[in-house]
Write a protein that binds this ligand. Structure first.
Ligand code: FPP
Length: 257
């Protein structure tokens, strides 16, 4: 199926909010931590499926700036799970050509976690098939604020600050913006993920709980994406018809909303 798609209909960058681990566990009368463990297994499979489909960038929301509000037991469980997941899966993913990168405020996570994440980045830095960016202690507003601070520290004058300059100081500055933003778990919101970078991303929401998200669900999202018309503020192919019959000089001047 994937090979039938034209190159443009395949996103270069997919971003995912992996929601629904807790509900997945509750439905099975299991502790929430079991849902997160199943979530790691789903993530590994989705990374492999994304690479197999020739998509070069995948970014996932592993731990948000707001997740510290969860019960201490769940937070420490997620931290331990991250370490276990790296030791269990990193070598395999690296052998499959996956490069791991991390975005987020690592200054306020434990030394152990910080070190493990940086080590994963270094160990996989030579890979180029798929870049897996893990957002950890990340928030979209934090990212915008840290970009402003970095630009100011670099001596950018207020009048010189424009979108391109700020973009260069955002996390993932060297990565194309997400084309497809997926959220599992039934909630229809962005939850402070990649706010700047997702300005023109196609949004896809599914009720599927994250641990159940598999190759088939990924393909469903990709098919949906392939059917979207991306206009980036222009009128797009369907709008050209109106212009051709003289319905206006410029039907959309202020950008696509
Ligand atoms: C949201 O589900 C999910 C998370 C807060 C964490 C996502 C993490 C993974 C998939 C594992 C990989 C990451 C680490 C850190 C090891 P939820 O708990 O909010 O689910 P609910 O809405 O059903 O309660």
């Amino acid at each position: 199926m994937t090979s039938e798609r034209s190159h443009d209909s395949l996103p270069r960058h997919v971003a995912i909010v992996m929601d629904g681990n807790g509900r997945w566990a509750r439905k099975r009368f299991m502790p929430r931590g079991m849902g997160h463990r199943a979530g790691v297994d789903a993530l590994v499979k989705v990374v492999q499926a994304t690479a197999a489909r020739g998509i070069p960038y995948l970014t996932v929301f592993a731990f948000s700036s707001e997740n510290w509000k969860r019960p201490e037991e769940e937070v420490s469980g997620l931290m331990s799970l991250l370490l276990v997941a790296l030791s269990k899966h990193l070598a395999r993913l690296s052998a499959d050509g996956v490069r791991v990168r991390v975005i987020g405020d690592l200054d306020s996570v434990s030394e152990r976690i910080h070190h493990a994440l940086r080590e994963a980045e270094q160990a996989t830095a030579h890979n180029s098939r798929l870049t897996l960016t893990v957002a950890f202690n990340y928030g979209g507003r934090w990212d915008i604020v840290q970009a402003c601070r970095r630009a100011m520290r670099a001596g950018v004058a207020p009048e010189a600050l424009d979108e391109a300059t700020l973009s260069r100081h955002m996390a993932m500055a060297d990565t194309p913006d997400p084309d497809l933003f997926i959220r599992t778990g039934g909630e229809v919101r962005l939850s402070n993920f990649l706010l700047w970078q997702s300005a023109y991303a196609e949004l896809y929401f599914t009720d599927c709980l994250w641990p159940d998200f598999d190759d088939g669900e990924l393909d469903r999202a990709l098919r949906d994406y392939a059917g979207r018309e991306r206009r980036f503020g222009d009128v797009g192919a369907s709008g050209q018809g109106d212009a051709a019959v003289g319905l206006g000089e410029s039907p959309v001047e202020q950008g696509d909303r």
